[in-house]
Structures are given as C-alpha cells and as structure tokens.
Design a binder for this molecule. Sequence first.
Ligand code: TXA
Ligand code: MG
Length: 333
Amino acid sequence: MDTKILPITSENIKLCADAIKNGELVAFPTETVYGLGANALDETAASKIYAAKGRPSDNPLIVHVASINGVSAVVEKIPPLALKLAAAFMPGPLTLVMKKKPCVPSAVTGGLDTVAVRIPKSSAALSLIKASGVPICAPSANLSGRPSPTTARHVYNDLYGKIPYILDGGSCKIGIESTVLDLTSDKPRILRPGGLPPEKLREVAGELETAKEDGVALCPGMKYKHYAPKAEVLFSAYYDSMSQSICDWYDKLSQSGKKPVIMCLSGNAEKYGDRATLKVGKTYDDYAHNLFADLRLADDRCYNVVIAEGVEDGGIGSSLINRLIKSSGGRII
Ligand code: TXA
Ligand code: MG
C-alpha cells in the first residue's frame, strides 16, 4: 500500500473522512501527538489499528469526539464531574475514562466495560471527526514501543506501507500525550500524567489519586515498553547533582567506544563543555514539545546512548519525568 502525506485542505479532510467511514485507517494531527484513527464503532476497522502498530490487543484506545454530545454517544452516563472538567479543559489534552455504552466494541476498549474519551483541540482533528460523522478511536500513530510521533514524517517513518493517508498538520503543539483521568473509581485517579498538569486538574476536580504502577494494569498501556528510540536512554533523575554525574557517564561511555549525546535545556548546555548535546529548548514546555522528536533525531544522527537531563517535579515536569523514566526503561543515573 502506498502511504500519502496530505496537507490540510477541505478536499483532503473529506478524502480522509470517507476513508474512515469505509473502515480504513488515517493518521491525523492533534495538539498532543499524531493519532492513528479508525471508526470507533467499527470493530474490524479498530482491529486494523492493532495490526498496523503491532500493539497488544489488551491495550485500549482513546475515542476522539468533537463535542460533549459526542461524549454522550459513547458513554453510558456522564458524571457531573466530567461535565465540570469538560467545561474547563475540553477541547484539550485531557482524556476521561467512564462507563462505556454497548455500541463501543470491545476491540476499542481492550475488553473493558469503560471507555477513554477526549475532545482534541487541533482544528484538523475536529474537522476530521465532524466530517466522518463517527467517533474516531486513535492511539498514538507510532509503531508500538517507539517514541510517539509529533510530525507527519515520524508517522511516515513508522507506518509507511501500512496506512493509506497521513494528514500533515505540522509539529504538534504540546508534544506529549493527554492526561488520562479515571472517573470510575471513588476518587478521580490520574492513570497517565500528560499534557494537562495535575495542579490545573486539581483546581477543578479537587483531590486526586495517582495510580501507582505496581504491576496492576489500571491504564493497560502503561505496562508495556514505551517511547524507546534505538539508542539506549539513561535518565538523570537527581536534579541537584545532575550535571556532574551526566559528565562522568558521558566520559565513561565515550571511553568505552559508545557515541553518547546529552539531551538538555539550552541554558544548561555550557555545563557540558564540548560534549555532544541535543538542546530541547529553553523551558520545560519546550522539552515536552521536543522530547519525542529529539529521541528520534538521536537515532538519525547515529548516537547510541542518550543521557537525558531530569527536570523538577510539578506542572508539565511531572509528565516529562514519567515519559523519561519510561523511555529509559528505568535506567536512572
Ligand atoms: O494525547 C493522546 O492521548 C494521544 C492522541 C492521539 O489523542 N493518544 C494516545 O493514545 O496517547 P495511546 O493509545 O498511545 O494511549 C492511550 C492510553 C493507554 O495507556 C491506554 O491503556 C489508556 O490510555 N486507556 C485507554 N482506554 C482506557 C480505559 N478504558 N481504561 C484505562 N485506560 C485506558
Ligand atoms: Mg501511545
């Protein structure tokens, strides 16, 4: 199959919406990362997503809708807190897990009786959903285990030959995935930190629990290998002492014949002297925006170890720490 990268035009939105209606897969931009979409009410179409990504079938998909009416179409009963959260944060990088309606096939929910729903902010995504006339289930549009795609080119590199269309909306604004919040337990519970920082959620939702990753798969996707480039990733978690330990690791790796690179904020680069760096930008928001793209860039430039700077916890920093721990496979220095 040929894979076409299409600019966002009304003709291309229609072409892709027709493909979704016909049970095909379409990759599309959102404000977080690119999604690999299919008609969420069509079991066969949803199953194609798992095959294209090489995704385990017990890892459920997020259903993307364009409005709160779209949420009602797939959720049994919208709890009052969901309405409050929707008013504050939707469209945006927040996904809510609620009891599903029977019309949502189990291929979408990994056999669970709940469904994860979000209203993306990207206008291309909203146009595609509206033109399709159906909810669109979509995981991130990467091969399973790889860093999530934040440009159409990343999607192409992973899924070339496996999907007909990629809508190209440029680089995703936020760069890491949505925050997943479970509303089916007694207290709302963050299953995956993401683009919406927990502090902002607490302002509206009050007290929140954070799911512990103790082997019980609350958010089934979190148990799998994630966000991994070909290079090995080392995560420098100890924020205060990190520049010295990063230099020591870099030198040790270089001496043993490896080709390491330090992923750092541009303001910290001078601490590393003439060692190779990949600068992720000035702020933590820049770091989030560039993290996945730069992990892929490290592979393109043939580095075989990425030493990633840690960040302070809180705000988008807590989501960044989560992604860095995952992409390093827990190799913390
Ligand atoms: O920003 C995002 O969320 C992107 C864009 C494309 O919307 N999507 C995304 O999808 O990150 P994915 O499949 O890569 O991650 C979805 C996460 C997985 O960890 C999955 O296990 C969890 O959401 N999830 C989905 N449905 C769930 C459910 N019913 N209960 C608990 N967790 C669920
Ligand atoms: Mg993903």
